[in-house]
Every structure is written in C-alpha cells, then in structure tokens.
Design a protein around this ligand. Sequence first.
Ligand code: SF4
Length: 98
Amino acid sequence: MLTGTIKKSGTSVITKEEFTILQRTANRIIKEISKEIMQGSIEIKPIYDFKTKRTSCKNCTYSGICGFNNRLNSYAYIGNRTKDIIMEELKEEKSNDI
Ligand code: SF4
C-alpha cells in the first residue's frame, strides 16, 4: 500500500473536481471548434503564450504544410494567468451554466 501526501499549493496537482471541470471545458471547446469547422471556418490561429513567449508552432510537425505566415495571420494570445485564476474562471462559468 502506498502512502503519502499531496501538496496542492504551488504544484500542478489538481483536485478531482478541477479535473472534471477541465474535462467538461475541453469537451465544450472541442464541440465548439467542430461546429465552426463544419460551418467552414478553418482559420489558422496558433497559440502565442505571453508567459513563455513561445508559439504552438515551435515543434509542430505540420509547419511545412499548414500555410501559417506570422505577417499575414494572427496568433491566439493567451495571458499570463495562474492555474488558480483559470480554475476560478472555469468554476464561475460552470456555476453560470446551471
Ligand atoms: S505550424 Fe501551423 S499547424 Fe502547426 S501549430 Fe503552427 S499554425 Fe498550427
């Protein structure tokens, strides 16, 4: 039998409730994107992370064929929010949906 403790603060560990919220959010976003694609929207908009100053293109294997051009296309900028702030926002979204 394994024993131990989980330190929540300052780690990337999330609770079961937070995991469920993340799953629901991911499923909702997948449905939204699927709907947009079915309606013909295939905008190229990779992520640009302000915190790390990196893009999702950095290690992407599709860079040779996707057609993204940073002079013509724009990025989807993500802010410098902490995990706790993001989880609070998602919990508020969830409570507003009820
Ligand atoms: S290289 Fe193209 S496919 Fe890959 S993340 Fe960037 S925009 Fe998306």
